[in-house]
Write a protein that binds this ligand. Structure first.
Ligand SMILES: [Zn+2]
Length: 187
């Protein structure tokens, strides 16, 4: 009877430890997954990178915060670099995330065409677009991560509805009846 209870308790303890370990590894994967934009220490220019999340998960189990990259827009040419940019990710895991940079950029800004002010973007929403000084429209996914900081300085946000309307207007000018538009910052 006593030995049965002992084995039950031992099994429970092992399950708890396994649960703790798995949870820690999953949290590390969630924390470091996704595309990021950092400044390359070598060139001082922006680069797009991805953290090796499998390695980050293993490192979290040994209580080391060591990170390494799985991909970089400067690879394969500079695949042998010392990956010092991971220090930026370790110091700012949220603000280096490509998605978060875009969310922060849109938030509180008006659409360049209709003036609707953007709130916090959600994954499930249709992704907005952007427009440059020559009024060329760009989809969000077109932007290469290494170009993102410069794009955000020179473009204005465009909501999904205006992106579709403007794209249609440009593709089928003969089918569009012009009405007065309230441009925000555009002529
Ligand atoms: Zn709009």
């Amino acid at each position: 009877m006593f030995s049965q209870i002992f084995f039950w308790l031992l099994g429970l303890a092992m399950l708890l430890v396994a649960g703790f370990v798995i949870r820690k590894a999953i949290l590390a994967v969630v924390h470091y997954r996704g595309l990021r934009v950092v400044t390359c220490p070598e060139t001082k220019e922006p680069v797009g990178v991805k953290v090796d999340t499998a390695h980050a998960a293993l490192a979290s189990l040994t209580d080391t915060s060591e990170l390494r990259l799985k991909a970089c827009t400067r690879w394969p040419e500079r695949q042998d670099c010392d990956q010092n940019c991971v220090l930026q990710i370790a110091a700012n895991p949220d603000s280096t995330r490509y998605w978060n940079i875009l969310v922060d950029w849109y938030k509180g800004k008006p659409c360049a065409y209709c003036g609707t002010v953007f709130g916090k973007l959600e994954w499930s929403e249709r992704k907005p677009a952007m427009v440059d000084a020559q009024q060329n429209l760009h989809e969000w996914l077109e932007v290469l991560p290494q170009n993102l900081p410069q794009i955000l300085e020179t473009h204005k946000p465009v909501c999904w509805n205006c992106y579709i309307a403007q794209s249609f207007r440009r593709q089928h000018p003969d089918l569009v009846v012009e009405r007065k538009y309230h441009y925000i910052g555009l002529k």
